[in-house]
Structures are given as structure tokens and as C-alpha cells.
Ligand binder design. Structure first.
Ligand code: SME
Length: 162
């Protein structure tokens, strides 16, 4: 299974096209949220090999670190803080081309240069988690990433609504 997720020499869009059904199958086959998020973090990391790929879960007024791949990260992010907390507050995907130009960016790693954060909603439409992907290059993410990542996380909603 893992070998199939390493896809070289094709466009980003083609990688997402291949990844999308695989991630949906991973989610469909699991009722435990943490297990599903852990495999999703792995699948995204195996495909894109980003600096950091992972999830934060809404717990009260904070985002708390969930399954991830990459270096040690901050464990708690307050509502409205950093890119993750802002995506939660604004209830929308944020594409940040240069993290140094984002007011209040939380630098968990000094190598981070660009970032995308995708809110994940429960079945009531409330943000219950975010997907955060960090890159060590400027401008790594665009609306193609936003559109596909939103589709990748959409089936998680029932698992976030327990
Ligand atoms: N960069 C994020 C913090 C989380 S880590 O980078 C893993 C932010 O500003 O929300």
C-alpha cells in the first residue's frame, strides 16, 4: 500500500487525482478518528514529502496537536492565533505564500517558508479540526492544493461528530 503512494515525475494535480481515492478508502475503512488522521498524514507525506503534515483538533478554545509527520510541533494554538488559529476563526482555507509576511505566524520550525491550512468541519458545519501542511520553500501551495485538500478531508466530518 505505502509504495503505491510514492508517485514521482507527475504533476501536482495528477498526484492528487491518484491520492484522492486512496485517502477516501482509508477514511471509509475506519471509524476511529485518530487512526484515520494518522494514516492520512502518512499518505499526504508519502506523496508530497512536505516539511510538516498534520492535524490539530479543536478542544475548547484551543487547537491541540493531533497525528502528524515531521518535526516536533507546538502542542496548543489559541483560537485566532497563527495560520491554524486564523483558519479556524475565519472558517476558511488559508494559503500563505510567505509565512514571514503573515502577522502572528507561529514558527514551530525555523525552516517553514509557506503553508496551507484547511479547516475540517463536523456534520453540523462547525470547524472541529484543521489540516496544516508546511513547506520549506516559498509559495509551495495554491488553489489547486486548496481544492484537492478540501476534498481529501471532507469525508472526515462524520468521524468528528461523535
Ligand atoms: N505554522 C502554524 C503553527 C503550526 S506548525 O507550523 C506545525 C501556524 O502559524 O498556525
Amino acid at each position: 500500500m505505502a509504495e503505491n503512494l510514492i508517485i514521482e515525475g507527475i504533476s501536482k494535480e495528477e498526484k492528487y487525482q491518484t491520492l484522492l481515492p486512496q485517502t477516501h478508502a482509508l477514511i471509509k475503512g475506519e471509524t476511529d478518528l485518530i487512526a484515520a488522521l494518522a494514516n492520512l498524514a502518512s499518505a499526504l507525506n508519502m506523496t508530497f514529502n512536505s516539511l510538516w503534515t498534520g492535524f490539530y483538533l479543536v478542544k475548547g478554545e484551543q487547537l491541540v496537536l493531533g497525528p502528524f509527520q515531521g518535526p516536533i510541533a507546538c502542542t496548543r494554538i489559541p483560537y485566532g492565533r497563527g495560520v491554524c488559529g486564523t483558519a479556524w476563526q475565519q472558517n476558511q482555507t488559508l494559503v500563505v505564500e510567505d509565512v514571514d509576511a503573515f502577522p502572528g505566524h507561529i514558527a514551530c520550525s525555523s525552516s517553514a517558508r509557506s503553508e496551507i491550512v484547511v479547516p475540517i468541519r463536523d456534520t453540523a458545519g462547525k470547524v472541529a479540526a484543521v489540516l496544516d501542511i508546511d513547506s520549506d520553500e516559498l509559495g509551495s501551495f495554491d488553489q489547486i492544493d486548496a481544492a484537492y485538500l478540501e476534498r481529501i478531508v471532507a469525508p472526515l466530518s462524520p468521524l468528528l461528530s461523535a
